[in-house]
Unconditional design. Structure first.
Length: 215
Protein backbone atom coordinates (compact mmCIF):
# COMPACT_ATOMS: atom_id res chain seq x y z
CA UNK A 1 0.00 0.00 0.00
CA UNK A 2 1.33 3.42 -0.97
CA UNK A 3 1.68 5.89 1.89
CA UNK A 4 0.03 9.17 0.89
CA UNK A 5 0.51 10.93 4.25
CA UNK A 6 3.75 12.77 3.28
CA UNK A 7 2.09 13.98 0.08
CA UNK A 8 -0.87 15.33 2.01
CA UNK A 9 1.42 17.06 4.50
CA UNK A 10 3.46 18.55 1.69
CA UNK A 11 0.32 19.83 -0.02
CA UNK A 12 -0.87 21.38 3.23
CA UNK A 13 2.47 23.12 3.81
CA UNK A 14 2.34 24.51 0.28
CA UNK A 15 -1.09 25.95 0.96
CA UNK A 16 0.07 27.56 4.19
CA UNK A 17 3.11 29.02 2.42
CA UNK A 18 0.94 30.32 -0.41
CA UNK A 19 -1.44 31.93 2.04
CA UNK A 20 1.37 33.60 3.99
CA UNK A 21 3.18 34.88 0.90
CA UNK A 22 0.03 36.30 -0.73
CA UNK A 23 -0.90 39.95 -0.10
CA UNK A 24 -3.59 40.76 2.43
CA UNK A 25 -7.00 39.80 1.05
CA UNK A 26 -5.69 37.87 -1.95
CA UNK A 27 -5.72 34.55 -0.10
CA UNK A 28 -9.39 35.09 0.75
CA UNK A 29 -10.67 34.94 -2.82
CA UNK A 30 -14.18 33.42 -2.79
CA UNK A 31 -13.73 31.67 -6.17
CA UNK A 32 -11.09 29.84 -8.13
CA UNK A 33 -8.81 32.30 -9.96
CA UNK A 34 -9.59 30.53 -13.24
CA UNK A 35 -13.28 31.41 -12.89
CA UNK A 36 -12.32 34.99 -12.07
CA UNK A 37 -10.11 35.13 -15.16
CA UNK A 38 -12.95 33.78 -17.29
CA UNK A 39 -15.32 36.43 -15.91
CA UNK A 40 -12.72 39.11 -16.60
CA UNK A 41 -12.28 37.99 -20.21
CA UNK A 42 -16.05 37.88 -20.67
CA UNK A 43 -16.45 41.42 -19.35
CA UNK A 44 -13.63 42.70 -21.55
CA UNK A 45 -15.24 41.13 -24.63
CA UNK A 46 -18.62 42.61 -23.66
CA UNK A 47 -16.99 46.00 -23.12
CA UNK A 48 -15.29 45.92 -26.52
CA UNK A 49 -18.57 45.00 -28.18
CA UNK A 50 -20.26 47.82 -26.25
CA UNK A 51 -17.68 50.37 -27.40
CA UNK A 52 -18.15 49.20 -31.00
CA UNK A 53 -21.93 49.44 -30.77
CA UNK A 54 -22.19 52.31 -28.28
CA UNK A 55 -25.36 53.76 -29.82
CA UNK A 56 -27.20 50.44 -29.68
CA UNK A 57 -25.98 49.81 -26.14
CA UNK A 58 -27.24 53.25 -25.13
CA UNK A 59 -30.70 52.60 -26.54
CA UNK A 60 -30.86 49.10 -25.05
CA UNK A 61 -29.77 50.35 -21.61
CA UNK A 62 -32.34 53.16 -21.70
CA UNK A 63 -35.09 50.72 -22.65
CA UNK A 64 -33.97 48.32 -19.92
CA UNK A 65 -34.12 51.18 -17.42
CA UNK A 66 -37.62 51.94 -18.67
CA UNK A 67 -38.71 48.33 -18.15
CA UNK A 68 -37.34 48.37 -14.60
CA UNK A 69 -39.18 51.64 -13.93
CA UNK A 70 -42.43 50.09 -15.19
CA UNK A 71 -41.97 47.05 -12.94
CA UNK A 72 -41.15 49.22 -9.93
CA UNK A 73 -44.11 51.51 -10.61
CA UNK A 74 -46.47 48.56 -11.03
CA UNK A 75 -45.41 47.06 -7.72
CA UNK A 76 -45.76 50.41 -5.96
CA UNK A 77 -49.22 51.13 -7.38
CA UNK A 78 -50.34 47.59 -6.59
CA UNK A 79 -49.16 47.95 -3.01
CA UNK A 80 -50.94 51.29 -2.70
CA UNK A 81 -54.16 49.72 -3.98
CA UNK A 82 -53.98 46.86 -1.48
CA UNK A 83 -53.67 49.33 1.41
CA UNK A 84 -56.41 51.64 0.13
CA UNK A 85 -58.87 50.71 2.88
CA UNK A 86 -56.37 51.21 5.68
CA UNK A 87 -55.42 54.41 7.45
CA UNK A 88 -52.12 55.28 5.84
CA UNK A 89 -51.30 58.94 5.37
CA UNK A 90 -48.70 58.21 2.69
CA UNK A 91 -50.94 56.01 0.55
CA UNK A 92 -51.76 58.69 -2.00
CA UNK A 93 -48.14 59.80 -2.27
CA UNK A 94 -47.09 56.17 -2.65
CA UNK A 95 -49.56 55.68 -5.50
CA UNK A 96 -48.56 58.96 -7.17
CA UNK A 97 -44.88 57.99 -7.15
CA UNK A 98 -45.77 54.61 -8.63
CA UNK A 99 -47.79 56.25 -11.41
CA UNK A 100 -44.86 58.58 -12.12
CA UNK A 101 -42.56 55.56 -12.42
CA UNK A 102 -45.01 53.94 -14.83
CA UNK A 103 -45.22 57.09 -16.96
CA UNK A 104 -41.45 57.61 -17.11
CA UNK A 105 -40.82 53.94 -17.85
CA UNK A 106 -43.42 53.91 -20.62
CA UNK A 107 -41.88 57.01 -22.21
CA UNK A 108 -38.38 55.50 -22.11
CA UNK A 109 -39.57 52.28 -23.73
CA UNK A 110 -41.76 54.07 -26.28
CA UNK A 111 -39.15 56.66 -27.31
CA UNK A 112 -35.67 55.64 -26.07
CA UNK A 113 -33.99 58.40 -28.10
CA UNK A 114 -35.85 61.10 -26.16
CA UNK A 115 -34.97 59.17 -23.01
CA UNK A 116 -31.27 59.31 -23.84
CA UNK A 117 -31.48 63.09 -24.22
CA UNK A 118 -33.03 63.47 -20.77
CA UNK A 119 -30.74 60.96 -19.06
CA UNK A 120 -27.68 62.57 -20.63
CA UNK A 121 -28.66 65.96 -19.22
CA UNK A 122 -29.19 64.41 -15.78
CA UNK A 123 -25.83 62.63 -15.98
CA UNK A 124 -24.08 65.82 -17.08
CA UNK A 125 -25.56 67.74 -14.15
CA UNK A 126 -24.36 64.96 -11.84
CA UNK A 127 -20.84 65.17 -13.29
CA UNK A 128 -20.77 68.94 -12.79
CA UNK A 129 -21.93 68.62 -9.18
CA UNK A 130 -19.46 65.79 -8.52
CA UNK A 131 -16.60 67.71 -10.11
CA UNK A 132 -17.35 70.82 -8.07
CA UNK A 133 -17.53 68.74 -4.88
CA UNK A 134 -14.17 67.12 -5.63
CA UNK A 135 -12.56 70.49 -6.32
CA UNK A 136 -13.88 71.75 -3.00
CA UNK A 137 -12.56 68.65 -1.27
CA UNK A 138 -9.16 69.14 -2.93
CA UNK A 139 -9.05 72.73 -1.67
CA UNK A 140 -9.82 71.54 1.85
CA UNK A 141 -7.16 68.83 1.61
CA UNK A 142 -4.55 71.32 0.43
CA UNK A 143 -5.53 73.72 3.18
CA UNK A 144 -4.81 71.04 5.79
CA UNK A 145 -1.76 69.75 3.87
CA UNK A 146 -3.34 66.43 2.94
CA UNK A 147 -3.03 64.63 -0.38
CA UNK A 148 -5.09 66.84 -2.67
CA UNK A 149 -3.78 66.26 -6.21
CA UNK A 150 -5.82 63.10 -6.84
CA UNK A 151 -9.06 64.81 -5.78
CA UNK A 152 -8.15 67.82 -7.92
CA UNK A 153 -7.50 65.59 -10.95
CA UNK A 154 -10.80 63.78 -10.42
CA UNK A 155 -12.73 67.03 -10.23
CA UNK A 156 -11.08 68.42 -13.36
CA UNK A 157 -11.81 65.19 -15.27
CA UNK A 158 -15.46 65.25 -14.21
CA UNK A 159 -15.85 68.85 -15.36
CA UNK A 160 -14.05 68.17 -18.64
CA UNK A 161 -16.33 65.22 -19.35
CA UNK A 162 -19.39 67.32 -18.59
CA UNK A 163 -18.10 70.08 -20.87
CA UNK A 164 -17.45 67.64 -23.72
CA UNK A 165 -20.93 66.14 -23.37
CA UNK A 166 -22.58 69.58 -23.39
CA UNK A 167 -20.42 70.76 -26.30
CA UNK A 168 -21.56 67.90 -28.52
CA UNK A 169 -25.13 67.68 -27.23
CA UNK A 170 -27.53 66.36 -28.48
CA UNK A 171 -25.34 64.13 -30.66
CA UNK A 172 -23.32 62.91 -27.67
CA UNK A 173 -26.48 61.67 -25.98
CA UNK A 174 -26.71 58.88 -28.56
CA UNK A 175 -23.46 57.22 -27.51
CA UNK A 176 -22.23 58.59 -24.18
CA UNK A 177 -24.33 56.32 -21.91
CA UNK A 178 -23.40 53.18 -23.84
CA UNK A 179 -19.75 54.21 -23.93
CA UNK A 180 -19.63 54.75 -20.17
CA UNK A 181 -21.23 51.34 -19.56
CA UNK A 182 -18.79 49.70 -21.97
CA UNK A 183 -15.77 51.36 -20.35
CA UNK A 184 -17.03 50.26 -16.94
CA UNK A 185 -17.22 46.67 -18.21
CA UNK A 186 -13.68 46.95 -19.59
CA UNK A 187 -12.27 48.33 -16.34
CA UNK A 188 -14.03 45.69 -14.26
CA UNK A 189 -12.80 42.95 -16.57
CA UNK A 190 -9.21 44.19 -16.40
CA UNK A 191 -9.45 44.34 -12.59
CA UNK A 192 -10.69 40.75 -12.38
CA UNK A 193 -7.90 39.59 -14.70
CA UNK A 194 -5.31 41.38 -12.57
CA UNK A 195 -6.61 39.73 -9.39
CA UNK A 196 -6.68 36.30 -11.07
CA UNK A 197 -3.15 36.82 -12.40
CA UNK A 198 -1.88 37.79 -8.95
CA UNK A 199 -3.57 34.75 -7.41
CA UNK A 200 -1.89 32.50 -9.96
CA UNK A 201 1.47 34.22 -9.54
CA UNK A 202 1.46 33.59 -5.79
CA UNK A 203 0.68 29.94 -6.42
CA UNK A 204 -2.67 29.77 -4.66
CA UNK A 205 -4.15 26.34 -5.46
CA UNK A 206 -7.79 26.14 -6.65
CA UNK A 207 -8.96 24.63 -3.34
CA UNK A 208 -7.39 27.52 -1.42
CA UNK A 209 -8.68 30.19 -3.76
CA UNK A 210 -12.18 28.78 -3.48
CA UNK A 211 -12.11 29.07 0.29
CA UNK A 212 -11.50 25.38 1.09
CA UNK A 213 -7.92 25.28 2.36
CA UNK A 214 -8.45 22.07 4.24
CA UNK A 215 -9.85 19.98 1.42
Amino acid sequence: MIDTQPTLQHTGSERVAARRSAPLGLSELPVDWRWMAAMGVGMIVAGLVGVTYAVRLTLVSVMAFGVLAILAGGVQVSHAMTTRGRRWAGGMVHAFVGIAYLAVGALLVWDPIAGTLSLTIVMTAFLIALGAARLGYAWQCRRFRWRWRLALAGGVIDLLLAGLILYGWPTTSLWVIGTILAVELLLNGVTLLAIASASRRYGLPPALASGNPGS
